[in-house]
Write a protein that binds this ligand. Structure first.
Ligand code: DX5
Ligand code: ZN
Length: 224
C-alpha cells in the first residue's frame, strides 16, 4: 500500500489550515514539509516555528525533509516543534552517522535522502540506522519540476538493498510525482510518494488526492 505525502511547499500558505483539513478529509495520513536553508539548496522555506504551527493545525504524521547544510544545530528544534520523522541529505553532512544518531536520540524517526546524482552505494554503511530512504526525483529546491526518469533504476537498486535488511524501511520519492509517474516509481519499489503540485495546485484538492491515491493503490497491488 503506497502512502501519499502531500508537500505543503505547493500549498496556499494563506489557507494552510483549511488545505490541511482537505487532505485529511481525502484520507491523507502524512504531510511532507520541505525545509530549505538557502545554502544547501537555492531557496528558503520553513523554520521550526512554522512546524510548530502546522503541528497545532493537524494530527497528520509530520514528514520533515531537511534540505539544510550541517543541520545538527537545528534538529532538536524541529523535533520539539513536532516533527515525527526527520530526513537529512547525505550530501549536506560531514559526519552523517552522528547526525542519524542525533535524530534517533531526540526521538524522531530517521530518514536519509539522496540527490539525483548520488549513488545508492552511499547507503551501505548507514542503511541499518534509518527508517526511511528518500530518493529525490528532481533537483531539490523547488516544487513543480519535471520528474527525472534516470532515477528509476536507482529506486530498484535501493529497493533491493532494503529487501536485504531484516526490517521494514520506507522508500520515499519526491518531485514530479503525479498520476503518470506514480505507477512507474511504485513498480520500482517506492512506497511513500511526495506530491505537491499534483495535489495543492489543483482546483479540487480532495479529488486530486483521491485520484493520485487510487492510482497508487491499484499499482501497489501489482507489485510482487
Ligand atoms: C524539492 C521539493 C519538491 C516538492 C514536491 O526540493 O521537495 O520535490 O516537495 O514537488 P512537486 O510539486 O514536484 O510535487
Ligand atoms: Zn521534500
Amino acid at each position: 500500500m503506497a502512502i501519499i505525502a502531500p508537500s505543503i511547499l505547493a500549498a496556499d500558505f494563506a489557507n494552510l489550515k483549511h488545505q490541511l483539513s482537505l487532505i485529511e478529509q481525502a484520507g491523507a495520513k502524512w504531510v511532507h514539509i520541505d525545509v530549505m536553508d538557502g545554502h544547501f539548496v537555492p531557496n528558503i522555506t520553513f523554520g521550526p516555528a512554522i512546524i510548530a504551527a502546522v503541528r497545532k493545525m493537524t494530527k497528520l504524521f509530520l514528514d520533515v525533509h531537511l534540505m539544510v547544510h550541517e543541520p545538527d544545530f537545528i534538529i532538536p528544534k524541529y523535533r520539539e516543534a513536532g516533527a515525527d520523522l526527520i530526513t537529512v541529505h547525505v550530501e549536506a553532512i560531514a559526519h552523517l552517522y552522528r547526525t542519524l544518531q542525533l535524530i534517533k536520540h531526540v526521538g524522531a524517526r530517521v530518514g536519509v535522502s539522496l540527490n539525483p546524482a548520488t549513488s545508492a552505494h552511499c547507503l551501505e554503511p548507514i542503511i541499518s540506522e534509518v527508517d526511511l530512504i528518500l530518493a529525490m526525483t528532481v533537483n531539490p529546491g523547488f516544487g513543480g519540476q519535471e520528474f527525472i526518469p534516470a532515477i528509476v533504476p536507482k529506486l530498484a537498486q535501493i529497493d533491493n538493498m532494503i529487501r536485504a535488511q531484516d526490517r521494514a524501511i520506507y522508500l520515499e520519492v519526491d518531485g514530479g510525482i503525479d498520476s503518470q509517474t506514480a505507477p512507474v516509481v511504485i513498480r520500482s519499489g517506492a512506497n511513500v510518494l511526495v506530491a505537491g503540485t499534483a495535489i495543492f495546485k489543483q482546483d479540487d484538492i480532495v479529488a486530486a488526492f483521491e485520484q493520485l491515491n487510487n492510482c497508487c493503490q491499484s499499482d501497489s497491488e501489482n507489485r510482487i
